[in-house]
Design a protein around this ligand. Sequence first.
Ligand code: ADP
Ligand code: ZN
Length: 520
Amino acid sequence: MEEKVKADLKKIFGFSQFRGNQKLIVDNLLNQRNTFVIMPTGAGKSLCYQLPAVVSEGTAIVISPLIALMKNQVDQLNAVGVNAHFLNSTLTKAEATKVKSEVLKKITKLLYVAPESLTKEENIAFLKSAHLSFVAIDEAHCISEWGHDFRPEYRRIKSIIAQIAPNLPIIALTATATPKVQQDIQRNLQMEEADLFKSSFNRTNLFYEVRPKLKNESKKALIKFIKGHKGKSGIIYCLSRKKVEEIAELLKVNQINAAPYHAGLDSSVRIKTQDDFLNEELDVIVATIAFGMGIDKPDVRYVIHYDVPKSLEGYYQETGRAGRDGLEGHCLMFFRQEDIVKLDKFNKDKAVTERENAKLLLQEMAAFAETGVCRRKFILNYFGEILNEDCGFCDNCKRERETFEGMDYLLIALEAVQKTNERFSMDHLVKVILGEMDEYIESYKHDTLDVFGKGKGESGKHWTSVIRQAMITALLEKDIENYGILRLTQKGLDFMDSPYSVDLFKDHDFEKESEAERQD
Ligand code: ADP
Ligand code: ZN
């Protein structure tokens, strides 16, 4: 088997070596173990189930949320001689019958299924009679309400697999798993015992930069940036179709070879735009987030967020499309607080928990934009990784930063966490430190604590920033059980015992920076 795996890696996929954890993952799955894979976009997740499917007997079921993505993968597999099919709502009855007969004849190696199709009675019955090798759940973060891409049908996958074949090994894969989302996925799939393979999320070749967004200056800056990357491929993300059209038009009149891409365009237009981009006939795509899923252009040299994304996960995904070949990738975002407020308003019709969740994601996004901390440290911390040294390769690392002695501030922040018994989130802690009353403070009697009001000389923004930096330096951590709740780490406890000097970074004041720029 070992030999066949190695041979097929080369023969079918054309790779002479495995990358990162791929070999361990493939072996693990072939040993019939439940496997949980967390790997950043572009790292090579597909191979982790495609190769085992090819070398195994029977058919692997691949559950994937996007029909376009499915078709793409199936086409690629067919092109290298692998029998793969998909089963979804786009097939005619005759086509579906043909697909099923090939599966039953055991010649199909991979069957891609949309979650909606998986839940259909007739398909369950059919899969029960098929000879299956394992189940792969791609984009597994769709299971979690705490992620940015929740799909309710994903929550039913486990019970359906249990009906089809309860003992089939499962491999779940995702590129976006904060510790909370990770736990949610494992619980929902009842695979707490699965072997976890988590790769680092550090994309060392990406340069992160955030600039204030100003009415006219930012458009000029955008054009200047793109012209500075003449002939290179880039993606500009905007939130609305209208904005996409507007920016694409602006670029075109400035002699930039750009085209818009969004779900409102005819599919033939979208396909042509995508092809032109892949074939280098088009330099710049201005797009809503509809663009990019499953796009694998290795030499995208920059990704610009003209509007702020809805979450840091989204930001990471989208910027992740730059520099997939390991070479330069510049990630530039234009930010203003107003855009966050606007996005928050869009959520007003959602159910309460969903709205609250979306708001937390937005807050994290804004905190990232405004932070003075190394941006890579900030992002990695969000995904549960601690980077000890500043990266030296982001705008914050590159500029003169204003720092201040943080020891006393950190002590107050940690004391607030400790004295409230490690059971509260940022907003509450900040209120305690500032000495602000509300019903919760009253009912928990937190106004009687020594630390209550200890920091009222500083602003709430200041304390939020101090607490965040305590998280990034691993003095505090998020409780995974209870979203948003902060706890002390061992390092934090040690710090309280014998405190030491720590430089903290001032946040950007983009409102002020924009003021200054306007006066220039
Ligand atoms: P993901 O799903 O993690 O975003 P993909 O599975 O689409 O990533 O793979 C990203 C790219 O890496 C693809 O172009 C793929 O061909 C390439 N790739 C995957 N595994 C290897 C490998 N072992 N050696 C070289 N290239 C690889
Ligand atoms: Zn940095």
